[in-house]
Design a protein around this ligand. Structure first.
Ligand SMILES: [Cu+2]
Length: 243
């Protein structure tokens, strides 16, 4: 299943885990709803008042009815809640299976402000907050099939970094650096959206994630990028808390 049922096209294997969870929850609750509604309607008709037959009332408080209700509740709880919690756990393990070898990983600092996405990559020296950092606004390029490690924060209010095609959405909170991990499986140009109402210009807080080959990515790193002003509140050392 890839972008079916109105979802945007999927671009990562981990993101598809989210879709699988969605469909599992949808079918489990959907089928249960239909069964319960069907049984309810059946009994409404079967025990209705009609000529020569008065409606049958019960409070369902007999021992047998109470036991049946308890057993049914337990069955539904296991079938839906426990089942979903189990699959959720499995999916989360896959989504967060950060590879042990991160030697080829691309690290990106994302520091949004009203109403732009600011990206920072370490330059040739591999260190952040130095002269040769690569700064970009509203456009981030990444190589395909490569682990991407993000350090996310905000320069003003709370924003939310949203990659619809990767099923990733994470709040960008001022004063807190959050980590994200993802890997793109398909080259292309994808939306970067802000999913937190962050002010009057929230609607135009849009960026582009360009997934390309390693060669194209290396080429992008050498291209002159839009001038950005590194300010005091933007950019931070790749700290100990960060993967
Ligand atoms: Cu925003």
């Amino acid at each position: 299943m890839n972008g079916s049922w109105g979802f945007p096209e999927g671009a990562s294997a981990a993101g598809m885990e989210i879709d699988r969870l969605f469909y599992l929850a949808f079918w489990l609750t959907g089928v249960c709803f239909l069964v319960i509604a069907g049984v309810l309607i059946y009994f409404l008709i079967k025990y209705r008042a009609r000529k020569g037959h008065s409606a049958y009332y019960t409070h369902g408080s007999s021992k047998q009815a109470l036991l049946f209700t308890l057993a049914l509740a337990l069955a539904v709880f296991v079938l839906i809640d426990v089942n979903l919690a189990y699959h959720d756990h499995l999916a989360w393990e896959k989504i967060w299976s950060v590879p042990k070898d991160l030697s080829n990983a691309v690290r990106v600092e994302i520091g949004p402000k009203q109403f732009e996405w600011h990206f920072r990559l370490a330059g040739a020296d591999g260190k952040f907050k130095t002269e040769d950092d690569i700064l970009s606004v509203n456009e981030l390029h990444i190589p395909v099939h490569t682990p991407i490690i993000v350090a996310l924060s905000s320069r003003d209010v709370i924003h939310s970094f949203f990659l619809p095609n990767f099923r990733i959405k994470q709040d960008a909170v001022p004063g807190i650096v959050t980590n994200l991990y993802f890997k793109a499986d398909k080259p292309g140009t994808y939306d970067i959206a802000c999913a937190e109402h962050c002010g009057l210009g929230h609607y135009r807080m849009r960026g582009w994630l360009v997934v390309e080959s390693q060669d194209e990515f290396n080429q992008w790193l050498t291209e002159p990028l839009e001038e950005t002003e590194p300010t005091a509140e933007w950019g931070w050392e790749w700290g100990a808390r960060v993967v």
